[in-house]
Design a protein around this ligand. Structure first.
Ligand code: ZN
Length: 422
């Protein structure tokens, strides 16, 4: 069961620190100046029976970045206060454990000092509006200025507002197309989770790499209609950037103390079928109804229009290429071939070990997810999740790693475009 009392203590501490203006950026429950609430990253290995699996399913209140590496290995984050109970549970079940990161907060903080768009001394990063700096994460304003600039500059770009968030931020889709009516349409989104900064930068990098010389691109790029939503959760992205590095959800106030709907649990297919997603304060709260949120409504409006032939959802940071639960479907073989080819292309840059396969074999089961809705409801066979590189599932990269991570996603998307007609 979720330890609600402990969660509330952490939440109040977070609130206290926020009100005190503890720092420009804090890390939610990780923002503890004395280091008394330490979070570690553990790896458990062994016979993951139902008792152990259930424990992890209940841990969604901390993060859903719990990674099943294979049938015998799980990586997960844990608070100091929970460590003893978890250790005895694992010992009892003969599951071995080791600490991968001693202090996650320190690790995140360290990366942030170098990659945050506003330098700690208050000077803004000097990147001109309309161009990108691939060594830092851009603010939402910077991203939108960039999109507006290329929209003005190129006739093959069309920037469309799909909707507005609760904080009145536009949700943009950028269409890049030669407007040839025989083109097949591909939809890409990123930033559905606020804290997944690298997913956003990777999508922007893909845009930047094709947009300036679009007519000179190979036909598998040029003869497509690209519909790209770089930031599907603008409120969550901004909040993660300026207030809480680990913030995932949008910013809807759902109760007196709790904020946010996990947009990637708010889609109609299998909506609310998982217990933890129905708890309003959970990290994976599915909302009060399917498509209750402005962001998912915007997405739905777009996909209810002209048919898409391919869908790529960019996340960070699991170092994976995934397809939906397709084991009983005839297109399973195609999906294996496609995800393998994408993972291989992504590995080719720096031999980073991207793995590929069925979402349910590699990651805990999700419900109400965009990918399942696109695959099962919209019948788009080629629907995939691309997870950027990271550190043990955490989106913490140094300044020199942002560009390679983005290039890997670019290689994956390009390989997809090359193969998906065949
Ligand atoms: Zn995600």
């Amino acid at each position: 069961m979720i330890d609600f009392t402990f969660n509330m203590i952490l939440f109040k501490l977070f609130l206290f620190l926020s009100l005190k203006g503890f720092s420009n950026v804090n890390f939610g429950v990780l923002a503890d100046p004395n280091g008394t609430i330490r979070v570690q990253l553990w790896r458990a290995q062994g016979d993951l029976n139902q008792e152990v699996i259930s424990e992890f399913e209940d841990r969604a209140h901390i993060t859903d970045e719990i990674w099943m590496r294979d049938n015998r290995t799980i990586d997960f984050m844990i608070f100091d206060a929970e460590a003893e109970r978890m250790a005895s549970l694992l010992d009892k079940n003969n599951v071995s454990r080791k600490i991968l990161i001693e202090d996650v907060r320190e690790k995140v903080d360290d990366a942030l000092v170098h990659t945050f768009p506003t330098r700690r001394n208050g000077n803004m990063v000097r990147t001109s509006r309309g161009s990108m700096d691939w060594t830092k994460y851009p603010t939402l304003d910077h991203i939108y200025a960039y999109l507006e600039t290329i929209n003005k500059k190129y006739s093959h770009c069309n920037l469309i507002t799909l909707g507005k968030t609760l904080n009145n931020k536009p949700i943009y889709v950028l269409k890049i197309s030669t407007m040839n009516p025989t083109n097949k349409a591909i939809l890409i989104d990123s930033g559905i989770h606020g804290c997944e900064w690298t997913s956003v930068v990777s999508t922007l990098y893909f845009i930047d790499s094709i947009v300036h010389s679009f007519y000179k691109q190979p036909s598998y790029i040029k003869d497509r209609d690209w519909h790209i939503i770089p930031v599907l959760n603008p409120d969550g992205y901004e909040y993660s950037l300026h207030n809480d590095r680990l913030w995932k959800k949008n910013r809807r106030k759902v109760s007196e103390f709790c904020y946010g709907v996990d947009l990637n649990r708010n889609f109609e297919y299998n909506w609310a079928k998982q217990d933890s997603t129905r708890s309003i304060c959970s990290e994976t709260f599915c909302g009060r109804a399917p498509f209750s949120e402005a962001e998912t409504q915007a997405f739905k409006r777009l996909t209810d229009g002209p048919r898409f032939h391919g869908y790529l959802s960019i996340h960070s940071a699991g170092t994976k290429v995934l397809f939906p639960m397709g084991v009983t479907r005839s297109d399973h073989a195609d999906q294996i071939v496609m995800t393998k080819a994408m993972a291989e292309a992504m590995r080719s840059l720096q031999n980073y070990q991207y793995i590929s396969g069925d979402i349910h074999a590699l990651r805990k089961i999700g419900y109400g997810m965009a990918i399942d809705w696109m695959y099962f409801t919209k019948k788009i066979t080629h629907s995939y999740i691309l997870e950027t590189r990271g550190q043990n599932g955490l989106d913490v990269l140094g300044p020199k790693e942002i560009l390679p991570a983005a290039k890997e996603i670019h290689l994956g998307i390009t390989k997809f475009a090359e193969l998906f007609n065949s």
